[in-house]
Design a protein around this ligand. Sequence first.
Ligand code: UD1
Ligand code: CA
Length: 455
Amino acid sequence: MSSRSCLSVILAAGEGTRMKSVLPKVLHQIAGLPMVVHVVKAAEAAGAGDQALVIGHGAEEMRKAAQKFAPKAETFVQERRLGTAHAVLAARDAISRGYDDLLVMFGDTPLIDPGALTAARLKLAKGAGVVVIGFRTPNPTGYGRLIEKGGKLVAIREEKDCTDEEKKITFCNGGLMAVAGKQALKLLDQVGNKNAKGEYYLTDIVEIAGGQGLDVVATEASFENALGINNRAELAEAEGIWQRRRRREAMLSGVTLIAPETVFFSHDTEIGADTIVEPNVWFGPGVKIATGAKIHAFSHIEGATVASNCDVGPFARLRPGADLKQKAKVGNFCEVKQAVIEEGAKVNHLTYIGDARVGAGANIGAGTITCNYDGYSKFFTDIGEGAFIGSNSSLVAPVTIGNGGYIASGSVITESVPDDALAFGRARQRTLPGKGKELRERFASAAAAKKAAAK
Ligand code: UD1
Ligand code: CA
């Protein structure tokens, strides 16, 4: 298979008015990645070495997104939307390079399984001219129907062009097609627009190819593969399906999810075996978690790296650049951003660590804050190995606490502290014997005098 060259043409020129959005439909995200990029990735996984993205509506934003997420894809603009065959032909220059296999996909069908594409390509390798990936549904309204005779696909009839008899067919066009790359242009150029919608239908190449004696077949994939997103309810449905697949994959690879339906992954979440994830955890993009970690309930994690056997949460927030080394602990109501927490260090309660390094084995007391920002610039706090930061301390960056440094509780530390030093950054305590009682009596008699005067 790998010896066969393959181009995927992904149609994404449509506006998607039903999303009611300023963003082009296919740029709405599933698992933190635009849906059209899921399609590109599926094509790549099925061995398509080149990708052609047909854009139209919101072309500028589409180009930007392509550059960011799929920099290898070529973009082609379809100036007027005259139908799916017309859209494929916008990529004529790419197709005419002469590939063995051509995959046509829709940008709004993000759950396509690369396995279904690979199966279709295998049929091309065995000599088929056109392979249509279909699905069965009890409710086929709106889809093109696959009309078969003797195991061969003879036509795809769009809903609006169907007879009453044809409307009863439940085998539908999922919108994914594999075409013998060297025949593709010849077939597409013969498509006309004499149909109910006056559009150039890609689906017409089925009859055209059959008429020329090419082998035309349908394969069946699950409905999810063909789930097209038209509105935000369907977007959420697709997100749900994606999440269910991903959770299952995580569990089968050795991750314990106590309540899987409450854990949300991103497209690129990496998570090692024997990690336990408690309920209600959110993984934003860019998270890597090694083996044997514990992610306690209600933690929100993005752009963070967590080494093996770390303990995170409950209610922890790890923001981009948080880098927890082995056995580090970040506990409840702690936020860590752009900071390395070295091996075995503990940041356990009500703390903000930003733009910092916390040395191995250091202990950060409850309520510690790295004051990293003066309203204009960010500054770094370096905390040495084995340091102890007493509760409720403010470390005003830039500042360094040496190895083994010891900070008294409630300190505001503005100057660096050498190794093994003890630093107090607070007013010295004064204790006045008997003064508490005296004060109370003074206040009580003043209040009584006021009350008497008011009578
Ligand atoms: C299409 C199929 C139908 C199939 C259904 C599956 C055709 C003629 N019909 O119908 O058999 O059951 O998908 O969902 O192919 N597009 C362009 N330029 C155009 C027209 C469309 O880029 O000129 C893009 C759209 O943005 C969309 C995709 O092609 O991503 C499909 O077009 P759409 O109009 O939604 O086709 P359907 O009527 O749903
Ligand atoms: Ca559609």
